[in-house]
Design a protein around this ligand. Structure first.
Ligand SMILES: Cc1cc2nc3c(=O)[nH]c(=O)nc-3n(C[C@H](O)[C@H](O)[C@H](O)COP(=O)(O)OP(=O)(O)OC[C@H]3O[C@@H](n4cnc5c(N)ncnc54)[C@H](O)[C@@H]3O)c2cc1C
Length: 458
């Protein structure tokens, strides 16, 4: 049995930084990875998809060349082999970077293999048993495959297998109209595929406010993406050399026939094959590891970080989990998950940047609020760039003047949202933004103008 001060399972967005922190403190740490270093974000999530989004954006702008005053001889045609090669290079660089970083870290032992608990302080991997008083689980999640009729009869992609695609699907049918489905949908449309998005709910990105969902729908439809909402009882079958996705929608024909299908219907945690029962670690009904506000499980000495604890589903939430755990351990800084403010982006083009509460959450909270909404078409930077879709919406507390939440769907939305987010963390009133001098021409310079239009929230 090999003894370490700490064992970390998984090299996602929390594990490697935590390993480096232990090692820097002169403690011995073992980090175990069963597949690719860097986990989902690096290999099959954020980094490769945003690299693909960039290729799709370049093709889209090239097609609009005439609007900007240039011509391209002939059609803009995307070479998927080169698109994939670019994606592989960017993603591969990060994957290699994580591995080299860990391998080169003194006091850190890197083990490749599948880790399983044997008890609350021992983990088996390959033929070895490791022991530590502190164990950190950072095993992430994977695409879920719902038991819909016909699912075992047809080939389908998920976010991981899509990474191997180096050809243009003629007609890609995407089941699932949330973040992952929408990003792939717009990207493949811009690459040149016909795209249909089939969503069970009444609107796209159902967690967003209705006006956001509607604007997202309009952006995607304007590019020729077919959207089928309220698709109940989805089933799959082979048809005409492709796949028929049968839906019972309120509108449109019941079958959508495509050449390829991508399932983007949610994610599940990688916790069923970890031996959690041997350690006595509790999970909820969906398999997420139950943690407290400082990410400890019900078993003393075991923590869970990242997607597997169900407290976040983003790279930044996983990295923030690392910061919370590390600061509690090494800095006696009692940071908590409940201190963080919800923030994320949807990387369609233009992107959606979101922070804080949605309209319906504000309504539910019952507090007096003010709201201002402003179309991107009146933001001069957007106009100059020829990218005027979307809007900015900001909600503030009528009494404290603190920002409650915001949605920026528009050019630069994923960056501009941080102006509001940082003021929220500072617990400062929105009037601070009104009094600041901003740079012209930017989208951010409009925030004071928008805030001057606050009206009672209805
Ligand atoms: C298509 C897509 C796009 C995304 N885009 C974004 C985005 O733009 N922005 C954003 O913030 N988030 C995005 N996400 C979400 C983001 O990728 C995840 O939230 C993030 O990677 C979670 O990291 P993690 O630390 O929880 O674990 P992961 O990154 O999932 O890593 C877990 C690691 O643990 C390993 N592992 C699992 N079980 C074991 C075991 N038993 N033994 C050893 N190793 C094990 C796995 O192999 C994996 O390497 C996206 C996700 C997807 C699928």
């Amino acid at each position: 049995m090999k003894r370490f001060d700490a064992i970390i399972i998984g090299t996602g967005q929390a594990g490697p930084s935590l390993a480096a922190r232990f090692a820097a403190a002169g403690q011995t740490v073992a980090i175990i990875e069963r597949h690719k270093f860097g986990g989902t974000c690096v290999n099959t999530g954020c980094i490769p998809t945003k690299t693909l989004v960039a290729s799709a954006y370049a093709a889209h702008v090239a097609r609009r060349g005439a609007e900007y005053g240039f011509d391209i001889n002939g059609d803009v045609r995307v070479d998927m082999k080169r698109v994939k090669a670019r994606k592989d290079a960017v993603s591969g660089r990060s994957n290699k970077g994580v591995e080299e970083w860990l391998q080169g870290t003194k006091n850190c032992t890197v083990i490749q293999g599948h880790a399983r608990f044997q008890s609350s302080n021992t983990v088996a991997v390959n033929d070895e048993v490791l022991q530590a008083d502190k164990i950190y689980i950072n095993v992430g999640g994977r695409a879920s495959v719902p038991e819909m009729p016909g699912i075992h009869d047809v080939p389908f992609f998920n976010n991981s297998s899509m990474m191997e695609v180096d050809f243009l699907p003629e007609h890609l049918v995407i089941v699932g109209g949330s973040y992952i489905g929408l990003e792939f949908g717009q990207m493949y449309r811009r690459f040149g595929s016909e795209v249909t998005i089939v969503e069970m709910g009444p609107r796209l990105s159902g967690r967003e406010d209705e006006d956001v969902s509607q604007a997202v729908r309009e952006i995607l439809e304007a590019e020729g993406i077919q959207i089928r909402l309220n698709a109940k009882c989805i089933s799959l079958a082979k048809r005409d050399g492709g796949v028929a996705v049968h839906t019972e929608c309120e509108e449109g024909p019941p079958d959508v026939i495509g050449t390829h299908v991508l399932l983007a219907v949610g994610r599940i945690p990688n916790t069923s094959d970890l031996g959690l029962d041997k350690a006595g670690v509790a999970t909820d009904q969906r398999g997420y590891i139950i943690v407290d506000d400082q990410l400890q499980t019900n078993v003393p000495g075991i923590w869970a970080l990242g997607d597997c604890n169900g407290r976040g589903a983003f790279t930044h939430t996983s990295y923030n989990d690392y910061e919370i755990v590390a600061d509690n351990l090494f800095n006696a800084d009692h940071r908590r998950v409940s201190d963080r403010i919800q923030a994320y982006a949807l990387y369609i083009d233009p992107p959606l940047g979101r922070c804080g509460m949605t309209d319906s959450e504000i309504r539910k909270s019952g507090r007096a609020a003010l709201v201002a909404k402003y179309p991107m078409s009146r933001v001069s930077r957007a106009f100059e760039k020829g990218e005027t879709q979307g809007f900015i919406k900001i909600c503030v507390d009528a009494e404290t003047k603190q920002i409650l939440g915001a949605a920026i769907l528009g050019v630069g939305g994923d960056e501009v949202i941080h102006v509001l987010l940082d003021v929220m963390y500072a617990k400062a009133p929105y009037t601070v933004i009104e009094r600041a001098m901003h740079i012209h021409p930017t989208v951010s310079e409009y925030l004071p103008t928008i805030l001057s239009k606050l009206e009672p929230f209805v």
